[in-house]
Design a binder for this molecule. Structure first.
Ligand code: DGL
Length: 269
């Protein structure tokens, strides 16, 4: 196959990365995509770095065997701990979600005070803090993990009293600290954008890493001249490591479109 016509591979710990895939499809509608959701081993956000790196390697090996031209690590947790090692393991470009989100946050902040919300593993890794400070070390970064946001979104609870109350309880820790920008540092959080915006108040900008990552992918494909040239309907394939039912039920809401070509596979041992 012509190198340009190969698909983009995307992996996540499960369903959440579909928010990233959605933005990729919006930004690059002519590109084929293969998505792997490691639904049998989700969540990654509460696991050790060592385990997340191993899972990331196994997912990468699977997608690389599908002859992809570029790999996107859509999971914030996996990007936080495994991007560098994965980059060094395959001869194609690898893009994570941390750097694009960090760059956008640096552009957005006026008072140099940024909040980063994500899973425990992402916050603990300090990946966003490091990426933000690598651009401007005078910026203050406050990290906060919001572990209940993932199960709430998985349940489809993205609005209403309960989710607002939980968001208030978490975000009060960073709310009155003078932050003017908050990075939604987890695949699931864009679905809670309205609630988070409501709690944080009007003057606070929210940064969606998924949107920023799709811009970055477009730029890279332009620079390395690898945009798909064929004009036919692009590939939209999905793989999951557990039964597809739940993925289909919740996933179509995340993706905002029908999921048709899906198969259960095994990665690792
Ligand atoms: N995909 C994960 C992330 O963006 C959230 C779900 C999980 O913990 O695996 O960090």
């Amino acid at each position: 196959m012509n190198k340009k016509d190969k698909p983009i591979g995307v992996f996540d710990s499960g369903i959440g990365g579909l928010t990233v895939l959605k933005e990729i499809i919006k930004e690059l509608p002519n590109e084929g995509t293969i998505y792997l959701g490691d639904t049998a081993r989700v969540p990654y956000g509460i696991r050790s770095q060592e385990t997340v790196i191993r899972y990331s390697f196994e997912n990468t090996k699977f997608l690389f065997s599908k002859d992809i031209k570029l790999l996107v690590i859509a999971c914030n947790t996996a990007s936080s701990v495994s991007l560098e090692v994965i980059k060094n393991s395959i001869p194609i470009p690898v893009i994570g979600v941390i750097e694009p989100g960090a760059k956008a946050a640096v552009r957005a902040t006026r008072n140099k005070k940024i909040g980063v919300i994500g899973t425990e593993a992402t916050v603990k890794s300090n990946s966003y803090t490091k990426a933000i400070k690598a651009i401007d070390k005078s910026i203050e970064v406050l990290g906060l993990s919001c572990p209940l946001f993932v199960p709430l979104v998985e349940e489809g609870w993205t609005a209403g009293d309960i989710v607002t109350l939980i968001a208030k309880r978490y975000l009060e820790e960073i709310k009155d600290k003078g932050i003017d920008t908050v990075v939604l540092g987890c695949t699931h959080y864009p679905l809670l954008k309205k609630v988070i915006a409501g709690v944080m108040g009007e003057g606070v900008r929210l940064i969606d890493s998924a949107v920023e990552t799709s811009h970055e992918i477009k730029t890279i494909l332009d620079v390395i001249d690898l945009k798909r040239e064929q004009k036919g309907i692009p590939l939209r394939r999905f793989y999951v490591t557990d039964s597809p039912e739940r993925f289909l039920k919740v996933g179509e809401n995340f993706l905002g479109r029908k999921i048709e070509d899906i198969e259960k596979i095994t990665v690792g041992n």
